[in-house]
Design a protein around this ligand. Structure first.
Ligand SMILES: Cc1ncc(COP(=O)(O)O)c(C=O)c1O
Length: 357
């Protein structure tokens, strides 16, 4: 028999993002289902982004700018690095895949905290690299363990801060100590900061500020969370220009569509929406944390727009919440059995969630 498909596909887990919101609502027979399982923005998109999409709609017969030039220039302006230090992707998801296809090959090892955001391991496996798992220390990324697992074959270390799903961060001194210890010929270090806007800890380092000192660092960010553009799929990697050149060689020519580019540009200018989102998430995260702690629940302090909470009988509780129209993630599906993971929602939803739990 002719073998058609790569054998690695037989062992690759299928990433399960859960059912589409629309079919879930139809199945439950209620239009008011609130999804707290995907860490989306409870306030919706920036109104300026919505207006930009509406304006751009008449031009969707034209290919987009393949290089997302205007968006990269705006990002450069906002973040104080050069435009050639950015590659924009179809969500940060695509950037993880681009790093894998540009850098990883059979024989390489990629160190991935376990559990963590699944696409890291999927991308590495697909590229033929060996995934070396580094267990979290309870809920924290264990940099000492990662160091012990480094070898000459280590091509990359995947770090996520704030961590999905554990909600914890890697503090500045720990991160710098780790990066310094990698020496003069380090592997790539991918620092996924998808949730950085929700962290208000003074010890949280800004990955982009570290790029000048650590040339093999790649920082990932996204417009899906704070800007509320998850449905348009826009994320970006920031790194040195040589790394960006490598990533550009493996991306599709028109990877980010016209609507995504104009919406992200508009969202970048909409500081008011960004600030409203941040304020809501921080206030409501504090509310949820206090209410859950008062009821005796155990969970790590969250630095993200979601919480990971230890509960007895997680599947039954998830089912009960779903019946009431609130969709949360069973921790078992993200490597934390006996937990629920749920996004910070609007106050009314959060209050309902706490009382239903
Ligand atoms: C840690 C982490 N990185 C990256 C992403 C992907 O973001 P995007 O929507 O930009 O693909 C997510 C999405 O949930 C995430 O949790």
């Amino acid at each position: 028999m002719r073998r058609l498909w790569r054998s690695v596909l037989d062992v690759l887990p299928l990433y399960d993002p859960g059912p589409p919101l629309e079919s879930l609502a139809a199945e439950l027979g209620r239009a008011d289902v609130v999804r707290l399982s995907a860490n989306e923005n409870p306030l919706g998109p920036s109104p300026r982004a919505v207006a930009a999409v509406a304006r751009e709609a008449a031009r969707i017969h034209l290919y987009p700018d393949g290089g997302s030039t205007a968006l990269r220039e705006a990002l450069a302006h906002h973040l104080g690095v050069r435009a050639d230090q950015f590659v924009v992707g179809n969500g940060a998801d695509e950037l993880i895949a681009l790093v894998a296809s540009a850098a990883f090959e059979p024989g390489d090892e990629v160190i991935v905290p376990e559990p963590s955001f699944e696409p890291y391991a999927i991308g590495a496996t697909l590229a033929g690299a060996r995934v070396v798992s580094s267990p979290l220390a309870a809920y924290d990324t264990d940099l000492a363990d990662i160091r012990r697992r480094l070898t000459d074959r280590t091509k990359a270390v995947m770090l996520c801060s704030p961590h999905n799903p554990a909600t914890t961060i890697i503090r500045r001194s720990a991160l710098l100590g780790f990066l310094d210890a990698l020496g003069t010929d380090p592997p790539l270090v991918v620092l996924d900061e998808a949730y950085h806007d929700f962290c208000d800890d003074a010890e949280y380092p800004d990955g982009i500020a570290l790029l000048a000192r650590y040339p093999r660092l790649i920082v990932l960010r996204t417009f899906s969370k704070i800007a509320g553009l998850a449905g348009l799929r826009v994320g970006y990697a920031v790194a040195n220009a040589e790394t960006i050149d490598r990533l550009n060689r493996v991306r599709a020519p028109y990877n980010v569509n016209r609507l995504g580019q104009v919406a992200a540009l508009a969202a970048l200018e909409d500081k008011e929406h960004e600030e409203r989102t941040r304020r809501l998430v921080l206030e409501e995260r504090a509310f949820l944390s206090a209410e859950l702690a008062r009821r005796g629940y155990r969970f790590p302090r969250s630095h993200a727009n979601f919480l990971l909470v230890a509960v007895p009988d997680a599947p039954a509780r998830r089912a009960r919440l779903l019946k009431a129209g609130i969709l949360v993630r069973d921790g078992a599906s993200v490597g934390f059995p006996g937990h629920l993971r749920f996004s910070v929602g609007l106050h009314e939803t959060n209050a309902q969630l706490v009382s239903l739990l």
